[in-house]
Design a protein around this ligand. Structure first.
Ligand SMILES: [Zn+2]
Length: 419
């Protein structure tokens, strides 16, 4: 009660030692009876406006300089170098004039804006809001196949919103969720084990995880094997003769005119150049692109050789023996133009310094050693230390990190459906 009654009497009280600027600005109106003071205030107002206007003209004429001055002013805590002849009311530069200008040069102008209570501009969020409300718990319980409940449902919702899971969030960690978690981990450079632990869930809910659409493009990931065959007439685009891109100093091409995919050839060149810089040279390309007909010729030649050496074999036996080591026409990834047989002239490649260097470093350039003894049952081919396949650096990194062959990669990344 007493507070409210005393308020109207405030103008009659002596000036407060440190009045708020808002009060000061309104004060002249309240003291309408004092014409002398009104005149002084009006004069000062005009002076201040002239001062500010001239100051702003200079600032706008030289924004770089002004930005520096703004920064300096901010550092000292004073928004502008305007002298304040307190207790006489002064006009401070209005935020309307400063804020957009300041914002452009990184000066926030937040203090100025608060003083008026006006919203002059609303800072826009620079990142999309997180797809899911962040769990408040300090840690996340590890989720794996078979898990049930609210935590699983929340994880599924996040996976759905990032495009990894094409299913309903039913709170049940089944096969589809396992695939989605693995896919998410692989794309986001986590160990892709399908188990959603602390790292996986923290990144999933962080709002900065890569969406499924960031997965490497399909182009260089075409899967060709005994089960996934190409039409024998299939011809890839983007083939170039290796010698037209790489000089003979970098690599010897065994059969003149051998072609391969241009991007893959360029990656091969970078790789072999770096190898040479590290003292490993003498490389040769024995084979790269082969047409379906070329592949059929290899098969026929092998069958003929078996029949020559084994007079008691049937053609079927010879063909069966051939297919142990030679891919049937349409089943060789040499037909994609993305595979190279890397050798050293005159020696068996396995065990050479070149082979060791290649196996250690090829993934850095987007290649994988396509056929290893370990993955023989999955790839359907026995180990070939010399055969590398271009898949791109992203896929090569993921495959190397997880020790996946291309078949495993394609399965985990959901690429088989689209082929
Ligand atoms: Zn090969």
């Amino acid at each position: 009660m007493s507070q409210r009654k005393r308020r109207p009497a405030r103008p009659e009280q002596p000036p407060q030692p440190a009045p708020k600027k808002e009060d000061v600005r309104k004060a002249p109106q309240r003291r309408s009876g004092n014409s002398a003071l009104r005149f002084i205030l009006a004069s000062l107002f005009v002076l201040a406006v002239v001062w500010v206007f001239s100051g702003m003209t200079r600032l706008l004429a030289d924004p770089k300089d002004s930005a520096i001055r703004f920064a300096a002013a901010e550092a000292t805590g004073t928004p502008t170098p305007v002298p304040t002849p307190s207790p006489v009311p002064t006009i401070t530069p209005t935020p309307r004039a400063y804020a957009p200008f300041g914002a452009q040069y990184g000066y926030g102008g937040e203090d100025l804006i608060e003083e008026t209570g006006e919203v002059l501009f609303t800072p826009q969020p620079t990142e999309a809001p997180t797809p899911e409300p962040q769990p408040t718990a300090e840690g996340y319980a590890t989720l794996r196949k078979g898990a049930q409940g609210e935590d699983v449902r929340r994880m599924q919702q996040a996976l759905i919103s990032l495009g990894y899971l094409n299913d309903t969030a039913d709170g049940s960690f089944g096969a589809n969720t396992l695939s989605a978690v693995t896919f998410f981990q692989a794309v986001n450079s986590l160990t892709a084990d399908g188990i959603a632990g602390q790292k996986t869930l923290t990144l999933l809910y962080s709002g900065s995880a890569l969406p499924a659409s960031a997965a490497p493009a399909m182009d260089f990931l075409i899967l060709v094997n005994r089960q996934h065959t190409l039409d024998t007439n299939y011809m890839p685009s983007g083939l170039v003769s290796i010698e037209s891109v790489l000089s003979a100093d970098i690599v010897k091409v065994k059969y003149k005119g051998t072609r391969a995919n241009k991007t893959a050839v360029e990656a091969l060149g970078r790789m072999l150049q770096d190898a040479e810089a590290e003292g490993v040279s003498g490389w040769q390309i024995s084979s790269a692109f082969r047409t379906g007909a070329d592949q059929q010729k290899l098969v026929d030649n092998s069958v003929a050789a078996y029949l020559r050496n084994h007079s008691d074999w049937s053609r079927k036996q010879a063909l069966s023996a051939t297919y142990n080591t030679v891919a049937p026409a349409g089943a060789s990834e040499h037909q994609t133009g993305l595979a190279f047989d890397v050798t050293v002239p005159g020696v068996s490649f396995a065990g050479t310094p070149q082979q060791k260097w290649l196996h250690k470093h090829c993934h850095e350039y987007g290649f994988v050693v396509r056929f290893t003894a370990e993955k023989q049952k999955i790839t359907g081919f026995i180990a070939e230390a010399w055969h590398i396949r271009y898949v791109g650096t992203e896929a090569a990194a993921i495959m190397t990190q997880n020790n996946w062959c291309l078949e495993e990669y394609a399965e985990h990344m959901g690429l088989l459906k689209s082929q």
